[in-house]
Design a protein around this ligand. Structure first.
Ligand code: GDP
Length: 178
């Protein structure tokens, strides 16, 4: 089954977003691979795709070696996953662009994984401020990337953006079948 991975810095709102995207009805949490630390959680959605919950990165004070371990782990995950259709990189809309997020997108690019951006906690900003934020973010990304990746604006507390993300995933799934 096609997989869609969700990842971002700790506290970005990933658990809340996953709760918003999944509904108890369609949700089945499947266990990680036996014998491995369950760093990765899989959720079967609508019986036709897996939502993959990857561990958060970028703890404030993380040693170089644990950064390396995390990178290795993630690279291995990406290297192994033929089913991975798209990675969703979560960005807290209240925070200035962070190098670690850029580095992470770089890592996805290097592994040939398409990615989209999900700006979280949109309820924290007024619409005008959201526009400004996204424009500034675009400017920075376009220094590295040829085009702005597909992006979504969400608020798990207000239920914003759920359908946009799910419809996008459905459209990608449909393209896979065709
Ligand atoms: P995770 O560490 O990335 O899984 O983040 P959590 O989902 O646990 O959320 C971290 C914190 O941000 C918690 O205090 C949440 O209540 C808060 N939070 C998450 N999503 C939203 C949101 O859409 N709006 C607001 N205002 N707060 C949020």
């Amino acid at each position: 089954l096609p997989e869609y991975a969700f990842i971002g810095r700790s506290n970005v709102g990933k658990s809340s977003l996953i709760n918003m995207l999944t509904s108890r009805k369609s949700l089945a949490k499947t266990s990680g691979r036996p014998g491995k630390t369950q760093l990765i959680n899989h959720f079967l959605i609508n019986k036709n795709w897996h939502l993959v919950d990857l561990p958060g990165y970028g703890y404030a004070r993380v040693s170089k070696s644990s950064k390396k371990i995390f990178q290795k782990f993630i690279t291995e995950y990406f290297g192994l996953r033929q089913q991975l259709v798209c990675g969703f990189v979560l960005i807290d809309i209240r925070h200035k662009p962070q190098p670690i997020d850029q580095e992470f997108m770089q890592l996805l690019g290097e592994n040939g994984i398409p990615f989209s951006i999900i700006f979280t906690k949109a309820d924290k900003l007024k619409p005008k401020a959201i526009d400004n934020y996204v424009n500034d973010y675009k400017t920075i990304l376009l220094e590295t990337w040829e085009e702005m990746p597909r992006y979504f604006i969400t608020s798990s507390s207000k239920g914003i953006g759920k359908d946009d993300v799910l419809e996008y995933i459905d459209s990608l799934n449909n393209n896979l079948v065709l």
